[in-house]
Design a protein around this ligand. Structure first.
Ligand code: SF4
Length: 156
């Protein structure tokens, strides 16, 4: 069966930096959950961070760096989280991921610009970059239907 890596916050787990979740209520998520297709990860917790935590954004520098709004360098934790996500994908032969848009870990088309002013730019989070580089297709809450179509075509 085709498994899907999914952001933990999508399942209602309160793992966001602010202690909240990003629960998805689409019925297809519930179906995938019942089918035991979903492999759950919060890369930031897997990388050693805790909830709640200071918000962090990728900085617009040549060498990628992730800083909190207090200036703490959390790049290493984000890298560890990305590697943990990739290991899970490799363990379960996962080719598809459904990750939260705009997160510095999970974003797939946009991220915040590093200024902590709420401005988004085109870009990918650290986990998405690593998964994409390893031929794993990353979808977000904005294109669940496209992922569902892809899963429909996959052999059971
Ligand atoms: S790192 Fe990803 S899974 Fe964890 S809270 Fe942020 S968006 Fe959700």
């Amino acid at each position: 069966m085709e498994k899907i890596l999914i952001s933990s916050c999508f399942l209602g787990n309160r793992v966001r930096y602010d202690g909240a979740d990003n629960l998805l209520t689409e019925s297809v998520i519930q179906r995938w959950h019942l089918e035991q297709r979903l492999v759950v990860i919060c890369p930031e917790l897997s990388g050693g961070l805790s909830t709640p935590r200071a918000p962090a954004e990728i900085q617009n520098s040549i060498e990628i760096q992730v800083l909190t709004n207090l200036g703490e360098d959390v790049t290493s934790a984000f890298e560890q989280g990305a590697k943990a996500a990739l290991r899970l994908c490799q363990l379960h032969n996962i080719r598809y991921a459904l990750l939260k848009e705009s997160s510095p870990s999970c974003g797939s088309t946009t991220i915040y610009d590093g200024s902590f002013n709420g401005k988004k730019i085109v870009g990918q989070g650290m986990t998405t970059r690593l998964l994409t580089a390893n031929d794993i297709q990353v979808y977000s809450e904005k294109n669940i239907a496209a992922l569902a179509a892809q899963i429909e075509k996959s052999p059971m």
